[in-house]
Design a protein around this ligand. Structure first.
Ligand code: ZN
Ligand code: ZN
Length: 139
């Protein structure tokens, strides 16, 4: 999905504008994403050069590993970004993108770590851990 997209957090302190292609949505069920979101992480991503963040000072970055950090609004707590150093790309929570997103669902990763209180039965591909071509910060 290309073109201009906008999005932001619940309270509006953080807003962003993206240009260029947005990846299909990847659903991550790893323990870190489960803890941070209460369920799972659903993210698209863009090249670092294709996003402009307004209110970047309002983003708190939690370093969940040596190279991975998770950005959320310091005021309302909305999860917004996931950044793995050295990739040249940044993940954006799909739910923070303004509607209509025109994003498409991709696949599920780290399914072996998912919560035991729900099933994944949408027919999309499921990977036990990560999938080829995606960089994650756990294993
Ligand atoms: Zn906010
Ligand atoms: Zn995850």
């Amino acid at each position: 999905m290309t073109g201009i997209h906008t999005g932001g957090c619940l309270c509006g302190a953080v807003r962003y504008t993206t240009s260029g292609p947005m990846r299909e949505v990847v659903f991550c069920h790893c323990g870190q994403c489960r803890k941070q979101t209460g369920l799972y992480y659903a993210s698209t991503n863009v090249a670092d050069s294709d996003i402009a963040i307004e209110g970047a000072d309002e983003v708190t970055w939690y370093h969940s590993s040596d190279k991975g950090r998770r950005g959320f609004c310091k005021h309302c707590g909305s999860t917004l970004f996931w950044k793995y150093e050295g990739t040249g790309q940044i993940s954006i929570q799909a739910g923070s993108v303004d509607m209509p997103t025109n994003l498409t669902p991709g696949y599920h990763i780290f399914c072996a770590d998912k919560g035991d209180f729900y099933e994944i039965n949408d027919g999309l591909p499921q990977f036990r851990k990560d999938s080829p071509g995606i960089v994650t910060n756990t294993e």
